[in-house]
Design a protein around this ligand. Structure first.
Ligand code: SAM
Length: 366
C-alpha cells in the first residue's frame, strides 16, 4: 500500500477556527444552562466512553463490521467475547454515535467508528496507545505526578520513559504505530502548509519511521533527506520509504540527539521532540543542532503552542500526557519556546499555524 499523501480538501484555516470557536461557545452556553452538578457528573463519567472506544478498537469491532451490519452474537463469536457484555458496551457507544444499533441487536459502523478501522489515516493505534492498559495505569498515577512532579513511568517502573519503550518491544510497537498515525493524519496538511521545496537537504531529527519525510519527499521531488532516530525505532523506515518510491533520496542515520546530529542540512525538523524533554535537555538537543548547522540553515520546530486563555485546547491535555509519561517534558507557550531558542543560540523567526493543533516555529541562528 502506498503512503503517498492524499491532498485533503480542508476548509480555509479561518473557517476551521471559527467553527471550533462556535462549538466551544455553544458547549459553554449548554453547560451554563444545566445544573453544575449534572454537568460535572457527566464530564467525570466520560472515562467510560473513552475506555469503551479503546476496547472496541482492540477487539477490531470496526473491521468486523466493515463488510456490513452484524448481529452481536456473531461479533461476540468472532472477537471471542461474552455476548451480553459486548452488547452492553456497543449499545453505550452507539448512544454516542460510535456504531449504530439496528433491530435484533445488530450493529453497523458509523463515520466515527470507521475512524478506528485498521487502515491508513485511522486513529486506532493512537487510541490503543493512549487508553490501553499501560497508559491507563499511568494516568491512574496522575495524583502522584501532580503532588510530586515526577512522571508515572519512573515512579512505577523506576526507569526513563524511552528506556521503558526500548525494554518493552510490544509496547514500543503500539507507540510507534500511534506516532505513525498522528504523522499520517497531520503530514498531508503539513506538506501543503509550508514550502519544504525551498531546501536541498532536510534532516528530520527524531523522525520516527520516516512518515513526515516520506510525505515531504513525495511532494517535493528536488529535496533530499536524512532520517535520524534511535536504532530500535527506524526498523521499518527503509520499507516505508521504499513503498513511497523515495528511498533513493533519504539516508537513515541512527544515533542520539544528545551526542551529535548529522551536519550539512539546509533545514532541521524537530517534530514533537522538545515536548518530551525538560528545558535543560531541550537546550542540550538544540545546541547539538546548532553545532551542526550553518549560519543560513533553518530550524523548524513542530509543536503545540499553549495560549494564555481559558479556552479548551488539545495541547493543554497532551501536556498532561507529557507530565505522566516523560521526564520533565511539557507543551510550551510562545515565550517558553523563545527562551529555549535564545538559550541555545537561535532566534525565533516566525510562527505559522495550520489546520492541525501543531504549529510551525521557524528559527535560525542568532
Ligand atoms: C514523540 S516521538 C516523535 C516522532 C516523530 N518526530 C513524529 O512526530 O511522529 C519522539 C521521537 O524521538 C525519538 N528519540 C527519543 N530519544 C532520542 C534520542 N536520544 N536520539 C534520537 N531520537 C530520539 C524517539 O525514538 C521518537 O521517535
Amino acid at each position: 500500500m502506498s503512503d503517498k499523501p492524499k491532498d485533503k480538501k480542508l476548509p480555509p484555516l479561518f473557517v476551521i477556527k471559527a467553527t471550533i470557536g462556535l462549538r466551544n461557545f455553544l458547549i459553554r452556553i449548554a453547560k451554563k444552562m444545566l445544573p453544575a452538578n449534572f454537568v460535572l457528573l457527566e464530564e467525570a463519567s466520560s472515562f467510560w466512553k473513552a475506555k469503551s472506544i479503546e476496547v472496541a478498537a482492540q477487539l477490531n469491532i470496526p473491521d468486523l463490521l466493515e463488510p456490513g451490519p452484524m448481529p452481536v452474537s456473531k461479533l461476540a463469536e468472532l472477537s471471542q467475547c461474552n455476548e451480553e457484555a459486548l452488547y452492553r458496551m456497543l449499545r453505550a457507544l452507539a448512544g454516542e454515535g460510535i456504531f449504530k444499533e439496528l433491530r435484533g441487536k445488530t450493529f453497523k459502523n458509523t463515520s466515527l467508528s470507521k475512524a478506528l478501522l485498521t487502515k491508513k489515516e485511522s486513529v486506532k493505534y493512537f487510541v490503543m496507545h493512549h487508553l490501553g492498559t499501560n497508559n491507563w495505569d499511568l494516568v491512574g498515577d496522575l495524583f502522584n505526578c501532580v503532588k510530586t512532579g515526577e512522571n508515572a513511568i519512573t515512579h512505577k517502573f523506576h526507569m526513563e520513559p524511552f528506556e521503558f519503550l526500548e525494554k518493552n518491544p510490544e509496547k514500543n510497537v503500539i507507540f510507534n504505530k500511534a506516532m505513525t498515525e498522528t504523522a499520517e493524519l497531520s503530514g498531508s496538511i503539513f506538506v501543503n502548509a509550508y514550502n519544504f521545496g525551498q531546501y536541498k537537504l532536510i534532516v528530520d531529527i527524531g523522525g520516527g519511521q520516516g512518515h513526515l519525510l516520506s510525505q515531504i519527499l513525495s511532494k517535493y521531488k528536488n529535496v533530499e533527506a536524512i532520517l535520524f532516530d534511535q536504532p530500535h525505532v527506524v526498523t521499518e523506515a527503509k520499507e516505508l520509504l521504499k513503498r513511497n518510491g523515495v528511498e533513493s533520496r533519504c539516508n537513515i542515520v541512527v544515533g542520539s540527539f544528545f551526542d551529535r546530529v548529522p551536519a550539512q542540512g539546509d533545514l532541521y525538523i524537530l517534530k514533537n521532540i522538545l515536548h518530551d524533554w525538560d528545558d535543560v535537555r531541550s537546550v542540550e538537543i538544540l545546541k547539538n543542532l546548532h553545532a551542526a548547522m550553518l549560519p543560513e540553515t533553518r530550524l523548524l520546530l513542530i509543536e503545540t503552542i499553549i495560549k494564555p486563555n481559558n479556552k479548551p485546547s488539545f495541547g493543554k491535555f497532551i501536556d498532561l500526557q507529557m507530565l505522566i509519561g516523560t521526564t520533565g517534558g511539557k507543551e510550551r507557550t510562545r515565550e517558553e519556546f523563545e527562551k529555549l531558542l535564545n538559550d541555545s543560540g537561535f532566534k525565533l523567526k516566525r510562527i505559522i499555524e495550520n489546520a492541525t493543533p501543531f504549529s510551525f516555529i521557524e528559527a535560525m541562528k542568532l
